[in-house]
Design a protein around this ligand. Structure first.
Ligand SMILES: CC[C@H](O)CC(=O)C(=O)O
Ligand SMILES: [Mn+2]
Length: 342
């Protein structure tokens, strides 16, 4: 069955969803979700801190459970699915990658900002040496025009990536912009192209379909939209849409629906919706994982979180600059206080 899959889905709720629940996954939750995804025949399941291996920190948010325990638990319950990890060079190290490989992961996704592929060379090379399926992951793709993105993807391919993903981290891309980016990569790469969406502008599914139309064959989804911001392309919905289009994912639709409803929904404390803050992420082009940080900073400084996000978008803040959120909030609060005291 697996060899006939036309689209290979990577389920990211156990990694991207970590942002949405403040990195509070427990071993028990991961076991239940991963086992059910495996039984639904999902081929790839990503498990890591939201910011990738070694992301657990004051800067990005402390994990409740050591991610290596979560990865080990997921590996132990999956019979057919490959467990993958995300690694952002500069946050995660080769040592972290080695440790994950030892636990039995089969895929590593090496993520960089869309114009910084050159920092992925060593990690991609090591991942290949470890025998892992190696994916280049170009984040904040709305910030790079198609030709630039293709150039960066080519670099990742030259380092050994087996697949390169276009990652709409801010959920800011429109369908035509996705199409032109996928087209540019398809024209210059030999390896398959993937697409990772965020639903902040309610375009995750439309953008994913635009990517598939241009030849993307690897797609990320998060069950029940459990991802940063408004979440990703909703996996169970995506599977249904693929069935309607006659495109084979190999995933069991009923099992996917059931696990979404019975296992994942109860562990989401605040249902994933397009709230005003996630909408602003897409509107202003801000990293989806910045939402909770901005909400906390807004509370602390008594200001509107939307003002923080708009300013971060204007400053073109990228992943790794989470400390800027506090600086921006402090500046806005100071400016507003000055205006009020006049
Ligand atoms: C901070 C890493 C980030 O969450 C990776 C990702 O999923 C994205 O850029 O959308
Ligand atoms: Mn994401």
């Amino acid at each position: 069955m697996t060899d006939k899959r036309e689209i290979l889905v990577t389920e990211v709720a156990l990694r991207d969803g970590s942002h949405a629940i403040n990195h509070q996954f427990t071993v028990e939750q991961v076991v239940r979700v991963a086992r059910a995804l495996d039984e639904a025949n999902v081929p790839f399941i990503e498990v890591s801190h939201g910011d990738g291996l070694a992301g657990s920190s004051l800067q990005y948010g402390l994990s409740r459970t050591n991610e290596m325990e979560l990865i080990e638990a997921a590996v132990s319950v999956c019979k057919q699915a490959t467990i993958g990890v995300l690694l952002l060079p500069g946050i995660g190290t080769i040592k972290d990658l080695n440790a994950a490989a030892k636990l039995g992961v089969g895929m590593a996704r090496i993520a960089t900002h869309s114009t910084e592929a050159d920092i992925s060379a060593q990690h991609i090379a090591r991942s290949k040496e470890l025998g892992l399926l190696t994916v280049g992951f170009l984040m904040m793709a709305h910030m790079a025009p198609p030709a630039k993105l293709a150039e960066q993807a080519k670099l990742m391919e030259s380092y050994g990536a087996d697949v390169v993903y276009i990652v709409d981290s801010a959920g800011a891309l429109l369908p035509d912009q996705v199409a032109e980016r996928v087209r540019a990569l398809k024209e210059s790469l030999e390896v398959p192209v993937g697409f990772h969406a965020h639903n902040n502008l309610s375009l995750a599914m439309a953008n994913t379909l635009a990517a598939i139309k241009e030849g993307a064959t690897r797609i990320d989804g998060s069950v029940r939209c459990l991802g940063a911001g408004a979440g990703n392309t909703q996996t169970e919905v995506f599977v249904a849409v693929m069935e309607r289009m006659g495109i084979h994912t190999g995933i069991d639709l009923y099992k996917m629906m059931d696990l979404a409803e019975d296992i994942v929904a109860p562990l989401i404390q605040v249902p994933q919706e397009i709230t005003r803050n996630s909408l602003v992420l897409g509107y202003a082009g801000v990293y989806s994982s910045f939402r909770l940080h901005a909400e906390r900073a807004a509370k602390r400084f008594g200001i509107d979180s939307r003002d923080i996000l708009i300013e971060l978008g204007a400053r073109k803040a990228v992943g790794g600059q989470e400390d800027m959120i506090i600086d921006v909030a402090a500046e806005i609060a100071k400016r507003q206080a000055a205006v009020e005291s006049r």
